[in-house]
Write a protein that binds this ligand. Sequence first.
Ligand SMILES: NC(=O)c1ccc[n+]([C@@H]2O[C@H](COP(=O)([O-])OP(=O)(O)OC[C@H]3O[C@@H](n4cnc5c(N)ncnc54)[C@H](OP(=O)(O)O)[C@@H]3O)[C@@H](O)[C@H]2O)c1
Length: 400
Amino acid sequence: MGPTDFNGTLTAASEKEVDVLNGHIESGLSGLSHSTVYINSLPTPLLLYKSVNRITVTSVVVQNLDPRQVTKSESSVSPIGFPMEHHQWSVQLYNGIAMPILGLGTTHNGGYNHESVVYALKDCGYRLVDTAKRYGTEAFIKEAILDSGVPREDIFLTSKLWPADYGQAKVLPAFQGSLERLGTDYLDLYLLHWPEVPTGIPDRRRCLDETWRALELLVESGKCRAIGVSNFLEHHLDSLIENASIIPHVNQCEFHPYQNPLSLRHYCQELGIQFEGYCPLAKGRILDDPVVVQVSQKNGKTPAQVLLRWSIQNGVVTIPKSTKLSRVRENFEVLSPKYELDHEDMIALNNLRFTHRTLKVVDLSRMRQTIDNKLADGYKLKMSKNVFPKSVHSVSKPIE
Ligand SMILES: NC(=O)c1ccc[n+]([C@@H]2O[C@H](COP(=O)([O-])OP(=O)(O)OC[C@H]3O[C@@H](n4cnc5c(N)ncnc54)[C@H](OP(=O)(O)O)[C@@H]3O)[C@@H](O)[C@H]2O)c1
């Protein structure tokens, strides 16, 4: 019996003193990334021991919640050559679902390349794909998943509800549209894209509450395994949670060393909400930062790899995007243990927030304007010459 087959109490780990790091303790058990581990009766994502450095573990209970999370691969090495247990690195959402800590972004901004998504899934071992109705890439991703040959149930698929589709009556049709375009009958994670509603909606708070309730019903009906939000600050979370019956499982926000919202991250941690970081490379704008370059030279890694590894070592799920195969691979390699940054590197990168904390590559002050514009989903694809969906890729011609 392998560790992921285990359900029950591990007596060997009882009455053991363990370290507390940043309010959390590690289970100390390997190979259990697809299970819920309860330590002293608390699910591990909710463990918070802020004022102590060590605690005594009196009980450890392991529960396998969802067989879809147990990877079927027979190989013990990832397709690009490092141990599978690292290839499968994941965090656990507070409902027990495992979410890969590194995935592939697929925004319409900067183009889309069918081959790089297929390569990510098939040849590298990515198992998380992040998309959104707004990106206009959902139908492309369906094709890429099919062409990769990776079973749907091995992939953690995220999509997002655009604010124009907020409101009780609109959520289900929008969700069904995403399912159809993606060629699936469930999502692993569905996010409210932004905490704002279109102009003209008389009661913003009510609209968001009703929308969130509709997402809760998707979980209750088994159509979504987890639900969450994106770009939500503390006050947005407070307001949503007041009338919610499910606390968001995830909050996806901009995250890189120049945009490191520590108080929001702590707030999410207290609520058991997994923090997921978008634009981990700041769209390429901080790759030449002197500290990033110095850490990359010291470790013999690229600046992009340093930034991704920094996210992962902060416990933040990260979803870099690249339309280039070599970079897709370069970004995935950071899951190898060889890429570990030491304490000194982490402190140097963490400290960048004091000098550059205001740099945001996604301008949320224009959120309302963007929601109200009548541009079609995926409109940025039409502005890029770097678009190669499957339909045109075979003739190697960019989309017009
Ligand atoms: N929830 C939200 O509101 C929200 C907002 C923004 C983004 N997101 C999600 O987060 C994902 C990631 O964010 P992002 O795509 O905006 O930005 P990003 O991942 O920080 O950066 C992507 C840019 O970096 C380049 N790049 C990728 N890997 C590289 C490497 N190893 N070395 C050098 N350059 C590299 C890419 O160019 P090439 O393609 O030429 O390689 C692209 O221009 C998105 O794709 C999307 O899924 C969510």
